[in-house]
Design a protein around this ligand. Structure first.
Ligand code: ASP
Ligand code: MG
Length: 324
């Protein structure tokens, strides 16, 4: 089977129109299943963090709860049917009550335990993946779409390099999870995972890109596409160099060099799983869907002939280490 993995970040998920654009990119094809990894709706993880911060300061958080609820309601009212809206809202309200309960103890202990923090921050991805799954079920045959909760297969541990997957365990669990399914569209939660004891954790802020790359490796995907709100990787920071252009092809090394030295592409750690299996990485714009964006792969055209991009980092001391 030839898997394609797609990642949609918060910057591409802010209203019902975005969800429709996303779904329009896919048509069911069982020989080419799509694993679609999603972030929380834009701003939701920050709002969840705000709930935690307010609780630690013992401050009123009514408006923040309301903002989270309103953001989701605005999207689902436009893109889901009334039964789906009702069931989503009941899940959302349940989860918001769980968050209230988790935060109610903070008053006494002043600081939230890290597993509770991870539990709370991870709700955004569960909500967005749920509502996107429901939307797909309303536009293609429902049994062709599967919701994939990353906590069912992605086992991680904390290392000096940050949170890292336990590859063998995760691969076995994912294989088992997908064993009896033959859907063409899979919607997976980015960012969240579990540890060896089965307790929910996260891959760290902005970790959904890493989730997608991990899935690309686990599925031995043909391609990994990051959908963003920009056309691809630029040759320079357009705020400083207005004539910066989209770079059409980069090698893995070039992309890593650019990102080590300040370009906002993908975190080098994020690219590693895909690089391990030589999976081409594409960066494309959901809002300019015909444009093919930037492709990052093992070798690129004109590898040694031209300067691909220029980056700069302000006001830092830099130590260069080589290796992955
Ligand atoms: N939603 C999480 C965050 O905002 C993860 C992600 O978007 O990559 O950090
Ligand atoms: Mg993000």
């Amino acid at each position: 089977m030839s898997w394609k993995v797609h990642k949609f970040g918060g910057s591409t998920l802010f209203d019902a129109h975005c969800i429709e654009l996303l779904a329009n990119r896919f048509s069911p094809n069982k020989n080419e299943p799509a694993m679609i990894v999603v972030s929380a709706l834009k701003g939701v993880t920050n709002l969840l963090q705000e709930l935690i911060d307010l609780a630690e300061l013992n401050k009123e958080s009514f408006l923040t709860y309301k903002a989270i609820r309103d953001k989701h309601i605005e999207v689902i009212r436009t893109c889901l049917g009334s039964d789906q809206v009702a069931s989503f809202l009941s899940q959302l309200d349940n989860d918001l009550n769980t968050i209230r309960a988790l935060l109610s103890t903070v008053k006494e202990i002043k600081r939230i335990p890290s597993h509770n923090l991870d539990k709370i921050l991870g709700f955004g991805e569960i909500w967005s993946a749920t509502l996107i799954t429901e939307y797909f079920r309303s536009v293609i045959p429902a049994n062709d779409v599967m919701y994939v909760d990353a906590r069912d297969f992605l086992v991680t541990q904390k290392t000096e390099m940050g949170v890292m997957p336990l590859w063998d365990e995760s691969a076995k669990l994912l294989e088992h999870k997908l064993l009896d399914t033959s859907c063409s569209i899979y919607i997976a939660t980015g960012f969240i995972a579990k540890n060896k004891s089965g307790i929910q954790c996260t891959l760290g802020r902005n970790g959904s890109d890493y989730s997608a790359s991990i899935l690309a490796l686990l599925l031995d995907a043909d391609e990994l596409t990051f959908w963003k709100d920009v056309d691809g990787v630029l040759s320079a920071d357009p705020r400083i160099v207005p004539e910066a252009k989209i770079i059409q092809e980069l090698s893995y090394n070039e992309a890593m060099e650019l990102s080590y030295f300040g370009a906002q592409i993908l975190h080098p750690k994020t690219m590693m799983p895909a690089i391990t299996k030589s999976i081409p990485i594409r960066i494309r714009n959901l809002f300019n869907g015909d444009y093919k964006g930037t492709v990052i792969k093992a070798t690129s055209r004109n590898d040694q002939l031209i300067i691909k991009g220029v980056t700069g980092i302000d006001k830092i001391a830099l130590i260069t280490l080589s290796g992955a």
